[in-house]
Write a protein that binds this ligand. Structure first.
Ligand code: GDP
Length: 462
């Protein structure tokens, strides 16, 4: 599937006209089910070579007036939930109304990137509204005329980075998720969290997995247990749905009668690619060996959420000292996943596994985090005020705009005047500041730079 673009805004700003302009004759789907209020239309949109799905919330205008605001809010939120990027449409001839402001508030509270669209911008009558719309705090508006087809290519330019990012993200997901028809206990609609357990040989992965599988309440699949060639297993462990990938313990259990077989590190690496979250198992009695660090490096590079299990904690004698040292070492060695959670466990006796599970879900949540563009720009303004980017050849590099282009892991793009001149040290300062400000310990966040103004900014044409 392609990127999804939602068109939102108060009634009569021209959402449907824009929708029709983008979708043209290719209107694919209109929900005509009798009795269902048509609050939303969807179609395949195109601007030049850029293709995307469009959701339009124009059906709202039929809603009865009393509940209009509430319904619009619900619809808008729903559309934004489905969208990779939102077009927030205003009527530049009418100017900004209280309802526009109300909407802008709704939009600012979500994490979806927003492009402000000043519609009906043909002719001079729209100038005042165009400038007024800056006050919404949603960035610089893209002036268009949906009806006359003006400014549509500019709109395409503004959309492109988001559409491309969403496509990238989609293709990554498609590559990593095999189709499986999985059933869960009644009542759950959750998808299982995809986990790989990796680590050096003898770190204790098999023991841990066997402990988990020994407790598990439900296994789906043709047999009770794991089929020999399955590469993953779905299970409910302590009331959570998990999909465990291709791990040593599974093989071992599957082949009880066969020669005990261990997976090599490269099998673990394959599992990382399928997983959302990776539990790196360290042997707490010999932690942070070279191979451990290589594995962690790889997990970070692949951008997976990560939790480190300090296994064999039952063998550790002076736990206070060990804990302190391990934490210090982690801080020193693991810069890419600064603040990563360490959980002392014993795969053998089950110590720490509740905590491990809790941390897995916390880390996964952070990994899924989305930060709104307005919030990010407040952050970048603050950062620049305190610690401005360095000057190069007497000219200060300007960072003009920040946005989060994707999550899983969080990926931020900074638009700067001369991005290639920003020193790595400054970028790492920014990543750390992002981590601290938005409380994202341990996630391998991405920060990249692009040249230019903010992506929405276009010279007003008339
Ligand atoms: P793997 O290669 O990572 O799968 O490691 P195994 O699970 O095969 O464990 C290697 C060795 O460490 C075995 O002898 C296990 O019994 C032992 N071991 C694993 N986990 C623990 C633990 O939590 N505590 C103790 N004391 N020994 C463990």
């Amino acid at each position: 599937m392609s990127a999804t673009v939602a068109i939102i805004g108060r009634p009569n700003v021209g959402k449907s006209t824009l929708f029709n302009r983008l979708v043209g004759k290719r209107l694919a789907l209109v929900d005509d089910t009798p009795g269902v209020t048509r609050d939303r239309r969807e179609g395949e949109g195109r601007i030049a070579h850029l293709e995307f799905s469009v959701i339009d919330t124009a059906g709202l205008e039929d809603a009865d007036v009393g509940s209009l605001e509430g319904r619009m809010r619900a619809q808008t939120e729903e559309a934004m939930r489905l969208a990779d990027v939102t077009l927030f449409v205003i009527d530049a001839r009418a100017g900004i109304t209280p309802l526009d402001e109300h909407f802008a508030d709704v939009v600012r509270k979500t994490d979806v990137p927003v492009i402000l669209v000043a519609n009906k911008s043909e002719g001079r009558a729209s100038d005042a509204g165009y400038y007024e719309s800056f006050g919404l705090g949603l960035g610089e508006p893209v002036p268009i005329s949906a009806e006359h087809g003006q400014g549509i290519y500019d709109l395409g330019d503004a959309l492109r980075p988001f559409v491309e990012e969403a496509e990238l993200e989609d293709s990554a997901l498609e590559n990593s998720s095999e189709e499986e028809d999985v059933e869960y206990e009644a009542g759950s609609v959750d998808k299982p969290l995809r986990i790989a357990v990796v680590g050096r040989p003898n770190a204790g992965k098999s023991t841990l997995i066997n402990h988990i599988l020994g407790e598990e309440r439900l296994l789906t699949g043709p047999e009770a247990g794991i089929t020999r060639d399955s590469i993953s297993v779905d299970l409910v462990w302590r009331e959570k749905y998990l999909k465990l990938f291709d791990t040593a313990g599974m093989r071992r259990k599957a082949r009880v009668n066969e020669k005990l077989e261990k997976l090599s590190v490269s099998d673990g690496i394959r599992a990382i690619k399928f997983a959302e979250l990776v539990v790196v198992v360290l042997d707490a009695t010999i932690p942070f060996e070279k191979q451990d660090l290589q594995i962690i490096e790889l997990v970070a590079r692949e951008g997976r959420a990560v939790v480190i299990a300090l296994n064999k904690w039952d063998l550790v004698e002076d736990r206070d000292t060990a804990w302190r040292e391990l934490r210090e070492e982690a801080t020193r060695l693991l810069n890419q996943i600064k603040g990563v959670t360490l959980v002392p466990i014993s795969g053998l006796n089950g110590f720490g596994l509740d905590k491990l599970l809790q941390e897995i879900f916390d880390a996964h949540k952070i990994w899924n985090m989305r930060i709104s563009t307005s919030r990010l720009n407040r952050w970048i303004d603050g950062v620049i005020a305190h610690h401005p980017p360095p000057a190069v050849a007497g000219k200060r590099i300007r960072i003009r705009y920040a946005t989060q282009v994707k999550s899983r892991p969080p990926h931020f793009v900074l638009f700067a005047s001369r991005p290639d001149k920003l020193p790595d040290s400054y970028l790492s300062y920014l990543s750390n500041s992002l981590r601290e400000t938005f409380k994202m310990p341990g996630t391998p966040i991405r920060v990249s730079t692009r040249k230019g103004e903010n992506p929405y900014a276009r010279k007003k044409k008339r």
